[in-house]
Design a protein. Structure first.
Length: 372
């Protein structure tokens, strides 16, 4: 079950995640932000699998090959976007706030600046997730290379267990700065340490002992059902308690909306991460949900999902400014359909007209690296 094997269903997983993100930004799916957690867990699985598979190389080859491939996948489109954004800012003054944020964007530290909500943006605010990914890439390859498999497994389990405690302590620290529970939750969410258990949940799938992995795979449907049921029930129970205290219950989001009351940011992310890992386990088994996640449309959207994620927010910003209608109306539905179509179209042009040139260079790192 190595993640170096290509699983078509995981492209479908990417598609579902990015569509959820587009839907929440369009105000059509209150819990669509969960797609971000799904990406983090998937990244933990894929990256760990790649690193473990190439761990037999000498360290310079190992680390160089990894960063070469990751750089070609992430950096060209990201910096093209920033260059076009800089041109837009210099010519028409949009997007607002770019002059204050660009240093953190180019250094992948924007997530720390975004802790203060005045630095969020309806143009590039979604890049806090890419910053967390890049920070994960800075540390994880060294950990995987220098730890034995046994110690790596112990560390991953420890990160999963410690995740809620780290978020609790982080929230307590930010409570001395912010008074609004929503501001505290946003601050916690943007911290790299707050998402370590998301990456770890995915990593665990990649390094499980084969006998345990096979046993879990044979019960993947049951595992997912139990995890999803616990997650949803806890969310609904949380909503009921909020309603009893005259706070927004978030019923339509199944209790997973702002995540700021009753310390939901402490335990809620853990449940969502484990459920995402459970879904990945099912897809690796490649029997459950295969007709949906292996559908050609889902595979295609998953293939261009990075471009969809990068381009959809500025497209949304422009579209919503020129077509200001209520989201949950017929015109709002038409606007969402136009946004989705334009995001897919621009991402397709981006992938085949720009990204693909760099993706073809991934294997050109020398004979030893190519053999990995």
């Amino acid at each position: 079950m190595s993640s170096t094997v290509y699983y078509k269903s995981l492209d479908g997983f990417r598609a579902l995640a990015v569509l959820m993100v587009v839907m929440i930004h369009s105000q059509w799916l209150p819990f669509g932000w969960v797609g971000v957690q799904m990406f983090f867990v998937l990244s933990g699985f894929l990256i760990t699998g790649i690193l473990v598979a190439s761990n037999g190389q000498k360290f310079p080859d190992y680390i160089g090959y990894f960063y070469w491939k990751r750089g070609l996948r992430i950096w060209p489109l990201f910096f093209l976007f920033l260059a076009l954004t800089a041109i837009s800012y210099r010519t028409v003054g949009l997007p607002l706030g770019f002059s204050a944020c660009w240093p953190t964007l180019v250094t992948y530290t924007y997530n720390f600046l975004r802790i203060w909500k005045q630095y969020d943006s309806n143009w590039f605010g979604h890049f806090w997730t890419l910053c967390l990914e890049e920070q994960f890439y800075l540390v994880w390859p060294f950990i995987v290379y220098f730890l034995s498999m046994g110690n790596l497994r112990r560390l991953v389990v420890t990160l999963i267990v410690m995740g809620p405690l780290v978020r609790l302590l982080t929230g307590m620290a930010f409570a001395s700065i912010f008074s609004d529970p929503y501001d505290i939750q946003i601050a916690v969410n943007n911290m790299t340490t707050s998402q370590m258990d998301a990456f770890a949940c995915g990593a665990l799938l990649a390094i499980l002992p084969s006998h345990l992995r096979d046993r879990l795979a044979s019960r993947s449907g049951t595992i997912l059902l139990v995890l999803a049921a616990i997650t949803i029930l806890c969310g609904l129970l949380n909503s009921w308690v909020l309603a009893r205290h005259h706070l927004p219950p978030h019923w339509l989001a199944l209790g997973y909306d702002s995540m700021c009351y009753l310390h939901q940011y402490v335990w809620g992310y853990t449940l969502l991460n484990l459920t995402s890992a459970g879904l990945i386990l099912c897809l690796l088994d490649d029997r459950l949900f295969s007709s949906f996640f292996r559908h050609p449309v889902m595979i295609y959207i998953g293939t261009i999902s990075y471009g969809v994620y990068v381009w959809h927010l500025p497209l949304l910003s422009v579209l919503f400014s020129y077509w200001p209608v209520e989201a949950h109306t017929f015109l709002g539905l038409l606007r969402f359909a136009l946004l989705l179509a334009s995001s897919l179209a621009v991402a397709s042009v981006s992938y085949f007209g720009f990204e693909w040139f760099f993706l073809r260079l991934k294997g050109r790192t020398g004979r030893k690296a190519q053999a990995a």
